[in-house]
Design a protein around this ligand. Structure first.
Ligand code: UDP
Length: 319
């Protein structure tokens, strides 16, 4: 019993009602921890927390992290996942996107200081922008625009990393930074405009699939359970691991290849509508995950077909 109490942690997850946050919440509850989930329900949904809510060790608090957060409870770990993540959502209110990645991040870093908690930031491959180096290593400093439509997210997340490092240097805070590459799986929001969601919905409805540009741009897609495993391994890694770590799948494919695979898996006809590539849309993206392999003994396990099957089944129930 003593042993159980010692290893049970109280974990605060911001963005708990979101796609990744809700999977992380369930996994940590199943591992025997207490979870306090925070979300402002801007893009997250309580539906995503249906399973978690049945758990006696789960508490949900509707709160926006750009406002100060106070709690009397002891908190051991904080996963800061709160932020709209799809281009149509984060561009809807770009100033809010910057606030959540600066004011919101400072609020969470202050909470971590007060509680002497370890804190992990959900950073992103977007900090590499439209990369000139391929695949992207953590040392690559990126090619982003400060004024383009993606800047509120890219530069916001870059500033969040800077804040994490400054809190680490100034207050010796225990920090972890995960640079998350494209992730997919059940509970992605159906209408967030992402490639995986759009392609599956269009293929299931037997509509033509929308490809931006010629569909030659590449991404590498990681299934959500693999990503959650990587996040937990990073959080549990020794204190000296403070540098950003890429988490993503290394299987790079063009958007046309992804669309064709989804069309085949949904038994749809191969029909495309081509439109302009959005401004600042990265042409290539693929992580170098050597650091994650060495420091976390982590690599993705779920093959794209297996992950897509689970995602398509989830979407079928909701269309
Ligand atoms: N994309 C596309 N058709 C769509 C939605 C997206 O061709 O209906 C492209 C988009 O331009 C980008 C890639 O697919 O090059 C991945 O887009 P997503 O929004 O999923 O992720 P991100 O751009 O944030 O990596």
């Amino acid at each position: 019993m003593k042993f159980e109490l010692d290893i049970m942690k109280t974990v605060l997850i911001t963005g708990a009602a979101g796609f990744i946050g809700s999977h992380l919440t369930e996994r940590l509850l199943n591992d025997g921890h207490r979870v306090i989930g925070i979300d402002n329900l801007f893009t997250g949904s309580k539906d995503n927390l249906k399973e978690a809510s049945k758990h006696p060790q789960f508490t949900f608090i509707e709160h926006d992290i750009i406002e100060e957060f106070c709690s009397h409870k002891k908190i051991n770990q904080i996963y800061n996942l709160a932020c709209p993540a799809s281009p149509i959502h984060y561009q809807e209110n770009p100033i809010y996107t910057i606030k959540i990645n600066t004011i919101g991040v400072i609020n969470m870093l202050e909470l971590a200081r007060e509680k002497e908690a370890r804190i992990l930031q959900a950073s992103t491959s977007e900090i590499y922008g439209d990369p000139e180096e391929h695949p992207q290593k953590e040392e690559y400093r990126g090619n982003t625009s400060t004024i383009g439509p993606r800047a509120c997210y890219d530069e916001g997340k870059r500033c969040a990393e800077t804040l994490f490092y400054d809190y680490h240097r100034k207050y010796n805070l225990e920090i972890k930074i995960a640079r998350i590459f494209n992730t997919y799986g059940p509970r992605m929001s159906l209408h967030d405009g992402r490639a995986v969601c759009n392609f599956i919905i269009q293929a299931l409805k037997k509509e033509p699939v929308t490809l931006y540009g010629k569909g030659h741009q590449t991404r590498s897609f990681c299934f959500v359970s693999d990503l959650v495993e990587g996040l937990i391994r990073l959080m549990e890694a020794p204190g000296k691991v403070t540098s950003p770590i890429n988490l993503g799948n290394t299987k790079e494919q063009t958007m046309r290849e992804l669309a064709e695979l989804i069309i085949e898996m949904c038994d749809a006809k191969k029909r495309f509508i081509f439109s302009d590539l959005p401004e600042d849309d990265p042409r290539r993206r693929c992580p170098d995950i050597t650091k994650a392999k060495i420091l976390l003994n982590w690599k993705p396990r779920i093959a794209i077909r297996e992950g897509l099957k689970k995602t398509i089944d989830y979407f079928k129930e909701r269309i």
